[in-house]
Design a protein around this ligand. Structure first.
Ligand code: C2O
Ligand code: CU
Ligand code: CU
Length: 481
């Protein structure tokens, strides 16, 4: 079970330089930035999107600016809104001075469109992903995936959200107005150098624990504020950090309802007052502010298991927007139907040991260290051959290593799966829908059932703590006809 606090002792291993930088904005003074919505342009039966990865800079601190990367802008990228059934063409241009790729995390697409390490885009070059959107409404995201350089490129700012809409999302009586009551929240943490630049230097403890920062960014801003009406709010939360596991809550311990996990809506809303997301995971939640008093405010709190706790976003209930007298907007009782995949459908079971120390012992620099089944990523090696359209059970094990207890976050490309059990027990309701990433605490055994798609191609599976991924905690499966 979540060893919150159990890993505190390892905090001492990592040095967290406290920057003397003064934020250019007073805390909770600036409005929450909302990534622009990109709905694409229609041409020849396709919906076309354009992304350019480029360098930029952002003013976060006084007397200095922070060099950044972004898609179409200086930091993060537009939110791509896709429609189920659409044929999509995404044109990517790389204006960076290094190779990148763009991976659609959570999308069920053919291997060549996946944007993994095999689809490198050299500096100055372009790439196109073409696929048909064929999965339920969900909040997904996109980010770079070049072999060994994913973590730093994401850290510099390359990430964006994808929203898929379908008939279910159309028909539900939930907030849908993007940026006003349907609000994307990309939560990240960063460390900064004295000159305001991102401090991406990976030390030995960073490699083990993943790089954990001391300053939170929400949609790229430090401590922004959001003004809302007395209404029902929908937040689309992405843990966009490199390696931090976040526990979210509200300052007044408000309860909220989780309505979606990684791959789309849950069967029904799940009430809770804290929510844990590991790197790469998403959740949609509804927060009911209809009975609040104008002028009231609350804070979104983010906590890491290393003990960092901070108010990252202020939510202010504005008086003007209150729709007094209007009947309340209820939270729907049912959201969608999800057929449970019977275990008997699986034609194969595979085992994956996520190892922090490797079989070779302590060596972080040598062959040991972060591995899956004792092996590090090799582009020329296919680790698992999967029959197109077949269903498999994958048993994941976060191998205990004695002194170093490190969580991992396991992700597969090109599929959405269901969790069968966590340490022999059924998953909590919030994790019993579609998932593409799952957290494993030290010692956890998680069994997932995966309905693979028909698309042939090569896909990655890996730890989504990006420092671990870059260090080789990744493997490849090939879907074969
Ligand atoms: Cu979020 Cu391999 O990716
Ligand atoms: Cu992915
Ligand atoms: Cu890991």
């Amino acid at each position: 079970m979540p060893p919150w606090g159990l890993l505190l002792c390892f905090l001492a291993l990592a040095a967290y330089p406290l920057s003397a930088l003064e934020p250019v904005q007073k805390a909770f003074d600036q409005p929450l930035p909302i990534p622009p919505l990109m709905t694409g342009t229609r041409a020849g039966g396709e919906t076309i999107y354009e992304l350019t990865a480029k360098t930029g800079s952002r003013i976060l601190f006084q007397d200095t600016d922070t060099p950044t990367y972004g898609y179409n802008g200086e930091y993060l990228g537009p939110t791509l809104r896709l429609r189920r059934g659409d044929q999509v063409r995404i044109r990517v241009h790389n204006s960076l001075e290094e190779t990148t790729t763009v991976h659609w995390h959570g999308m069920e697409v053919p291997g060549p469109a996946d944007g993994g390490p095999h689809q490198g885009i050299r500096a100055g070059a372009g790439w196109e992903a073409r696929f048909t959107v064929d999965q339920p409404a969900a909040t997904l995201w996109y980010h770079p995936h070049p072999l060994g350089h994913t973590a730093r490129q994401v850290y510099m700012g390359l990430a964006g959200l994808i929203i898929i809409e379908d008939e279910t999302s159309d028909s539900l009586g939930i907030p849908k107005s993007y940026g006003s009551n349907d609000i994307p929240l990309v939560i990240q943490d960063r460390r900064f150098q004295a000159d305001g630049s991102f401090s991406y230097g990976v030390t030995m403890p960073d490699l083990m624990h993943g790089l954990v920062g001391d300053t939170y960014l929400v949609n790229g801003a430090i401590k922004p504020a959001l003004s809302v009406g007395k209404e029902l709010l929908r937040f689309r939360l992405l843990n966009g950090s490199n390696s931090s596991i976040y526990r979210f809550s509200f300052s007044d311990d408000s309860s909220f309802a989780q309505i979606a996990s990684d791959g789309g809506f849950l069967k029904q809303p799940v009430g809770m007052s804290t929510l844990i997301l590991s790197p790469g995971e998403r959740a949609e939640i509804l927060v009911d502010l209809q009975n609040r008093t104008a002028g009231e405010s609350l804070f979104l709190i983010t906590e890491t298991f290393q003990g960092f706790r901070d108010e990252v976003l202020k939510i202010v209930v504005e008086s003007e927007q209150s729709d007094s007298g209007k009947a309340g907007n209820p939270i729907p009782k049912r959201l969608t139907s999800i057929a449970k995949i019977p275990e008997a459908n699986a034609r194969k079971t595979r085992h994956f040991d996520l190892e922090t120390m490797g079989r070779g012992g302590m060596g972080m620099m040598g062959g040991g260290g972060l591995t899956i089944n004792g092996r590090k990523m090799d582009m020329r090696r296919i680790d698992a051959e999967v029959q197109a359209g077949s269903t498999e059970v994958w048993e994941l094990f976060n191998t205990p290593t004695g002194m170093m207890e490190i969580p991992h976050s396991f992700h597969l490309h090109g599929v959405q799966f269901q969790i069968l059990d966590i340490n022999g027990k059924a998953p909590p309701s919030g994790e019993s829908g579609w998932k593409d990433t799952v957290l494993l605490w030290p010692g956890d055994r998680v069994r997932i059932i995966i309905p693979f798609r028909e698309f042939p191609g090569i896909y990655m599976y890996h730890c989504h703590l990006l420092e671990h991924e870059d260090e080789g905690m990744m493997g490849q499966f090939e879907v074969v006809p």
